[in-house]
Design a protein around this ligand. Structure first.
Ligand code: TRP
Length: 375
């Protein structure tokens, strides 16, 4: 992998987000903050660190104009706290008035991972959709679809597949190779499908021309950039009239094993799943969450703990302690050695337990609502 590439199909964790901003022309999210009336916790804390053209969306929200939120998921095993970060973003934007497009990238998963369409469908519904609903997704103005099955409305379906078929005209093999490195037929197909995913809400068969935002992990930025370029070229050739879609990016929630790792569905000891029982979650935190505490009680009391590398602290920071004052006190107490690792972890476990208990009740109710979202 070349230094100047982000790899959408890799599993690397990102080390240096500032460098990403400079190298790829992603804009700094901080500068938008004064304009956002009611920001998410992850926006305030700088976890959402970059964007392209999100200013248009901030504007649309303020003026109550039509806009679209679209994002895609590749079903892979258990839905964990890393996935919840995206779900929270989706639901936030929906509450701000977004028409919500949620797609299951089953064709991409089929081509790139060799998974079966039937199994992908099952995981997408039982894991992802049920959790989205339990977290607050509403069926109103939500369009949930599969890449393999766009819509029962033939005109809509045709418009989407037509666009997949047409976008290739506005890029070249060399451009794609420069962006993605080595190409395979599966990658090429996935890219064109994703470009059409992101652009099709603006077709006359759907919402018509309007701002679109795509909240994703920063590994997806190459697709966003290419989609924006293709949109501009189609406009230039009078083939379409698209507003270049925008995006924003969050840092990945670290995996339990350390700040330089990712929560990954392929390693159960790296994540807390939203279906983990409070007991299992507690055990994972107590046993496996990397601690920045001292090697012994004396050392810890003397030198303090390091919040910079402590996973329990990170989880409070990312999600579970929204109160800045309380968080600052935890940081201070841990850093000074007054608060011990076990005590810090217990603070997290208490928060996590009450979240999981509530969420798992909500999941049971959500299961009954799944059909409201399916075509
Ligand atoms: N490539 C995305 C992933 O790996 C899935 C995806 C497909 C997607 N189409 C999309 C994401 C459109 C955002 C927008 O997860």
């Amino acid at each position: 992998m070349k230094e100047n590439q982000i790899n959408p199909w890799g599993s690397e964790s990102v080390k240096d987000y500032d460098k990403l901003l400079k190298q790829f022309g992603i804009e700094d999210f901080k500068q938008l903050m004064p304009k956002i009336k009611d920001p998410m916790l992850t926006m305030k804390r700088g976890i959402i660190f970059g964007h392209r053209d999100f200013g248009r969306i901030v504007d649309a929200i303020q003026k109550r104009r039509k806009f679209v939120m679209l994002t895609g998921l590749m079903p892979s095993g258990k839905f964990h706290l890393g996935h919840k970060m995206v779900a929270d973003e989706i639901i936030y934007l929906q509450q701000k008035g977004a028409r919500t497009y949620l797609l299951v990238a089953d064709i991409e998963a089929y081509n790139m991972r060799g998974q079966k369409l039937e199994e992908l469908r099952k995981t997408a519904i039982e894991e992802y959709l049920v959790n989205y609903i339990a977290l607050g997704l509403k069926p109103k103005k939500t369009d949930f679809y599969f890449q393999s099955q766009r819509s029962s409305d033939a005109e809509k379906s045709n418009a989407y597949y037509r666009l997949i078929g047409m976008v290739s005209k506005r890029t070249t093999f060399n451009e794609m190779r420069a962006i993605y490195g080595e190409l395979t037929p599966g990658k090429i197909m996935s890219v064109f499908t994703q470009v059409a995913d992101i652009l099709h809400p603006q077709l006359p068969e759907f919402e018509g021309k309007c701002p679109v935002v795509v909240p994703v992990g920063v590994d997806q930025d190459p697709h966003i950039k290419l989609t924006r370029d293709i949109a501009a070229r189609m406009n230039g050739n009078k083939e379409a009239d698209f507003i270049p879609p925008g995006s924003f990016y969050h840092e990945f929630m670290p995996g339990l094993k350390g700040v330089d790792t990712k929560m990954s569905s392929s390693d159960p000891l790296s994540y807390i799943a939203l279906t983990d029982s409070p007991k299992v979650a507690k055990e994972k935190i107590m046993k496996y969450a990397f601690s920045g505490g001292g090697n012994s009680l004396e050392e810890h009391r003397k030198y303090g703990g390091r919040t910079k590398v402590d996973i329990a602290y990170h989880m409070l920071y990312y999600m579970f302690e929204p109160d800045d004052k309380k968080l600052a006190k935890i940081k201070q107490d841990y850093g000074s050695g007054r608060l011990l690792t076990g005590e810090l972890k217990q603070i997290l476990v208490d928060k996590l337990t009450s979240f999981l208990e509530k969420h798992q009740d909500a999941r049971e109710k959500a299961k009954k609502k799944v059909n409201d979202f399916l075509d």
